[in-house]
Design a protein around this ligand. Structure first.
Ligand code: PLP
Length: 407
């Protein structure tokens, strides 16, 4: 099998792969769940911002700053459209998915939740979500209920019905799990939650690059992700919240731009979304996200996603043929496949593969509660993007087969 031409063309838009100096250390970059490479238009837009548009936003009234602020807000609108949010003010910029998780959870604890209320969270959550709720549950005397998973590491819906009680206030869940690549049945869970008046917070970090996201159709209360997981730059997160929910949340941080009026004793907070954006935001990061969204809008995303799907199936099929390998899950995998090798510690295997130019992740993938319960020595995770070549997967498989020599 060979990579189709349209994927090679797509890959050419990513400068990392066009630089021969990168090849020895990254002959197969299969760590896209950790971060994706930046696309050329996003990289160009960062230089463009600093060369021609560099000004702070929403502060000064000179022409340069006004132009930059307008462009900054037009990208907020573009992001809202990308997610089909009802309004651009439902999009809050954060520094990443982690900050978004903290912003929402802290806000709900301060404004909505009371001691004894229950939060349902999956065992498989990324630490960004898991640790945040674990720590806040202690601080605010909330009950943390761990949703049960089935054999395929999907939320067990029947069990969830029984786990929900009249004290359940929040369900916090990743759309796609980063440690296993398993897509969760978020549509059914959100419906169940909404029928029970429960707030839903969906971590879309591993979904955003692999499927269309329509927050109004999902009808979740919050949805968040990091821009660097979808070909834009690091240091920028997108935190969507339904307007009524965001209005009800208190600010997360205090400072400039999030206030309208300040006296010696009182401050009046700014309107949405600025009330959550204290201090100078990551302006170049926003420009890069805008350029990425334009770039993606010009691609045949259905075709790219169908390719990713086939590539994942191919990888699963090939791994299943190897008797020393056990996959953590095999169904509904999106972008990532996680497995263990008999008699091999995941860190040792990853180190040997790294010496052969393979970039994959090993260990607990910031999801220790899950990985320690099913693979105490950690797992290996291969994660792909639309620019991943079939030849990279084949090279990885051939290196994997060489690991036997080290046993
Ligand atoms: C599912 C999930 N949630 C949250 C995060 C945290 O993202 P960031 O480190 O960009 O804040 C990640 C990153 O790997 C993730 O995969």
């Amino acid at each position: 099998m060979h990579t189709p031409d349209f994927i090679i063309d797509f890959r050419h838009q990513f400068p990392f792969f066009n630089n021969q100096l990168n090849s020895p250390i990254s002959q197969a970059y299969l760590d896209n769940a950790a971060t994706t490479h930046i696309c050329q238009p996003a990289l160009d837009s960062i230089a463009d911002y600093y060369q021609y548009h560099h000004a702070n936003v929403h502060r000064s009234s000179h022409q340069l700053a006004l132009g930059t602020s307008n462009q900054f807000e037009s990208i907020r609108q573009k992001t809202a459209d990308w997610l089909n949010a009802a309004e651009k003010d439902e999009i809050v910029w954060t520094k990443g998915a982690t900050e978004a998780a903290n912003l929402i959870a802290n806000g709900l604890c301060e404004s909505h939740l009371q001691a004894g209320d229950e939060i349902i969270i999956a065992l498989s959550e990324h630490h960004a979500h898991f640790v945040t709720w674990q720590q806040l549950a202690k601080k605010y005397q909330l009950e943390l209920t761990i949703a049960k998973l089935d054999e395929q590491l999907r939320i067990d819906l029947q069990a969830l019905h029984t786990q929900i009680s009249d004290k359940t206030r929040v369900i916090a869940l990743a759309h796609v799990n980063n440690a296993t690549g398993v897509k969760q049945p978020v549509e059914e869970i959100i419906e169940l939650a909404t029928n029970n008046n429960i707030i839903t917070i969906i971590d879309g970090s591993q979904a955003i690059n692999h499927m269309p996201i329509n927050v109004q159709q999902l009808a979740c209360d919050f949805y968040f992700f990091s821009a660097h997981k979808m070909y834009a730059g690091t240091g920028l997160g997108v935190c969507y919240g339904k307007k009524s929910r965001l209005i009800a949340l208190p600010p997360y941080q205090y400072g400039g731009e999030m206030v309208k009026q300040v006296s010696l004793t009182e401050s009046e907070f700014n309107q949405l979304p600025y009330k959550f954006e204290a201090g100078t935001p990551n302006i170049s990061g926003v420009f890069a996200l805008g350029a990425t969204l334009d770039f993606l809008a010009n691609q045949n995303l259905n075709k790219l996603r169908a390719y990713e799907h086939k590539l994942t199936e191919y990888l699963i099929e090939q791994l299943k043929k190897r008797s020393a390998i056990s996959l953590l899950a095999t169904e509904q995998l999106t972008g990532a496949v996680s497995f263990i090798i008999k008699d091999f510690h995941s860190a040792d295997a990853a180190e040997l593969l790294s010496q052969m130019g393979i970039a994959i992740r090993s260990g607990s993938h910031c999801a220790m509660p899950l990985i320690q319960s099913i693979a105490p020595g950690g797992s290996l995770r291969v994660s792909i993007a639309a620019y991943t070549l079939i030849e990279e997967i084949d090279y990885f498989l051939s290196c994997l087969d060489q690991l036997d020599d080290f046993l």
